[in-house]
Design a protein around this ligand. Structure first.
Ligand SMILES: Cc1cc2nc3c(=O)[nH]c(=O)nc-3n(C[C@H](O)[C@H](O)[C@H](O)COP(=O)(O)OP(=O)(O)OC[C@H]3O[C@@H](n4cnc5c(N)ncnc54)[C@H](O)[C@@H]3O)c2cc1C
Length: 257
């Protein structure tokens, strides 16, 4: 085996995919459950979707289950989504289902990639690109290692028609929009309101209402949706994250039309 051939194979193959990711229909920030599900439902319909994840591994908060016990709980509608990903789900008691969080993350990630999406880990979204009417037209990216090591290195940019902020409770893309464009999100304050205290039932219900376009060209999904609109957190029940990802894909498709 030739080490240089191995190195060439990695660089060429990666750069081919990265070049293809520079002009896409939908760019998703965050490979947690919501971002991955969004990517799957877009790619399944032939839409060019890419995901940028700042950490080494995908899955966001899902692998950790509840307090590091790697199980997740779902309600009936959430279970139906995991059925589509062939994840084993067990009924715990009427209306409550439990699944292995690692199996769920692996299955969702595998299906999203097989459907045609590309996931780039260790890349952070650090800014957005805007044009007339403050419409968001792309993402500004850098290696996560650059910010972690506080290096002074300029980023690169990709163009897209729709951005999905699935960065979890930090709502990082929305916060960038507020800081750099002004308080123009479609919330009561125009700002990221911030998530409220734990109330699983309310949080799960509101996450679907909150999954929408919050700024021209920017859709929110998963925990970001509740953080932006000031809805409650819900802890280790994950049905809402999956359903929100599916709805975000639907909204992105409508915006592309
Ligand atoms: C640190 C952390 C905090 C949590 N806090 C809460 C909480 O307050 N309330 C609650 O109900 N549940 C919380 N959870 C639990 C549970 O994990 C979430 O409800 C669920 O995972 C949310 O799914 P999601 O896909 O919306 O976001 P997450 O699972 O959080 O996934 C978001 C992903 O986006 C990535 N990301 C973030 N910023 C960027 C960026 N700039 N560029 C690229 N990628 C980025 C993250 O690395 C992560 O992988 C938390 C989990 C974690 C890991």
């Amino acid at each position: 085996m030739d080490e240089v051939v191995i190195s060439r194979a990695i660089v060429e193959s990666y750069m081919k995919d990265f070049m293809a990711a520079m002009e896409v229909d939908v760019a998703i920030a965050g490979a947690g459950p919501a971002g991955l599900v969004t990517a799957y439902y877009l790619a399944k319909d032939g839409i060019r979707a890419v995901v940028f994840e700042k950490q080494l591994c995908v899955g966001g908060g899902m692998p950790g289950g509840g307090m590091m016990l790697n199980r997740i709980v779902l309600q009936e509608q959430g279970k139906q989504i995991l059925d589509e990903f062939d994840v084993s789900v067990r009924e715990y008691q009427k209306g409550y289902y439990v699944a292995d969080s690692l199996e769920a993350v692996s299955a969702i990630c595998w299906k999203a990639i097989k459907a045609g999406t590309r996931i780039f880990n260790l890349i952070s979204v650090e800014d957005v690109m805007v044009r007339e009417d403050d419409r968001i037209t792309g993402l500004v990216l850098n290696w996560s290692a650059v910010s972690w090591s506080k290096l002074h290195v300029d980023p690169l940019t990709i163009r897209c028609k729709v951005v999905v902020d699935a960065t979890g409770h930090d709502a990082e893309v929305c916060r960038i929009v507020v800081q750099k464009i002004g308080k123009k999100l479609r919330t009561k304050t125009g700002d990221v309101i911030g998530q409220k205290a734990m109330w699983a039932e309310k949080g799960e219900k509101e996450i679907l209402e909150n999954t929408r376009e919050v700024h021209p060209g920017l859709v929110v999904a998963g925990m970001t949706a509740n953080a932006v609109f000031g809805s409650p957190r819900m802890g280790a029940i994950f049905g809402g994250m999956l359903l929100s990802g599916k709805k975000a894909a639907q909204i992105a498709k409508e915006l592309l039309r």
